[in-house]
Design a protein around this ligand. Structure first.
Ligand SMILES: O=C(O)C(=O)C[C@]1(C(=O)O)C=C[C@@H](O)C=C1
Length: 96
């Protein structure tokens, strides 16, 4: 290894650190977007639930919940967990 190698490695490491910083910024942005979307989903789900119950319907619609769970299946077992959490957030405390 000569001094050029060391300088190149240093530059590469600098670039890698920059990449991590940029990627972390992207993650921060994605998390903010996901949070916004989850909050909106909760709102919409609650509005539908309230309308259905006001019309004398049920708190839970099983076939719709199966559709939602199936949608997230491509993420594996965690996808199922994620779908269940989203449904639970929308249903509120009574629908657990
Ligand atoms: O699609 C509905 O009817 C809803 O109430 C929305 C929703 C959901 O969050 O996706 C919530 C509760 C139901 O059990 C099924 C689905």
């Amino acid at each position: 290894m000569n001094s050029t190698d060391t300088a190149e490695q240093g530059a590469e490491q600098g670039a890698a650190v920059q990449d991590v910083d940029a990627l972390r910024q992207e993650i921060d942005h994605l998390d903010a977007e996901l949070l916004r979307l989850v909050k909106r989903r909760v709102e919409v789900s609650k509005v539908i639930g309230a309308a259905r119950m006001a019309a004398g319907g049920t708190k839970i619609v099983h076939n719709r919940e199966i559709d939602v769970i199936n949608r997230y299946r491509e993420l594996g077992p965690e996808g199922r967990d994620l779908a269940m959490i989203l449904l639970r957030l929308g249903r509120g405390a009574l629908g657990r």
